[in-house]
Write a new protein. Structure first.
Length: 116
């Protein structure tokens, strides 16, 4: 069984989701629930911090695709930061940097939101 967790932090008007462990078909629903919780509370400025994300499958990537349109329609965005090199390679291979801001640090992601 995969180990995965999502924790929440707030920085000003930005909701930060800290991912830890392995995001796959068995755990993707945890990330879905976390993003839905953000939306339900009216938080559409979301940073996903992947510093402790060790693995992502196509099911995990699908969660990002499932929610990005609705987030942007509500005036928000989802930015991804602090990815481990092997996890970034999966995002990069599938063209995610063309669709999402994928930044080296959480501070850069916050700055992108503040500049908008």
């Amino acid at each position: 069984m995969s180990n995965f967790s999502v924790s929440f932090r707030t920085l000003n008007h930005i909701q930060v989701l800290d991912l830890k462990g392995e995001l796959d078909a068995h755990t993707a629903s945890d990330l879905e629930a976390a993003i839905h919780k953000c939306q339900s509370s009216g938080s559409y400025h979301i940073i996903v911090n992947g510093a402790d994300l060790m693995y992502i499958s196509s099911a995990g990537l699908g969660v990002f695709m499932a929610y990005i349109e609705e987030i942007r329609e509500n005036g928000g965005d989802l930015k991804i930061s602090n990815l481990q090199p092997k996890v970034f390679n999966v995002f990069d291979l599938l063209g995610f940097p063309m669709l999402f801001d994928i930044l080296d640090t959480e501070e850069e992601a916050v700055a992108k939101f503040e500049a908008a």
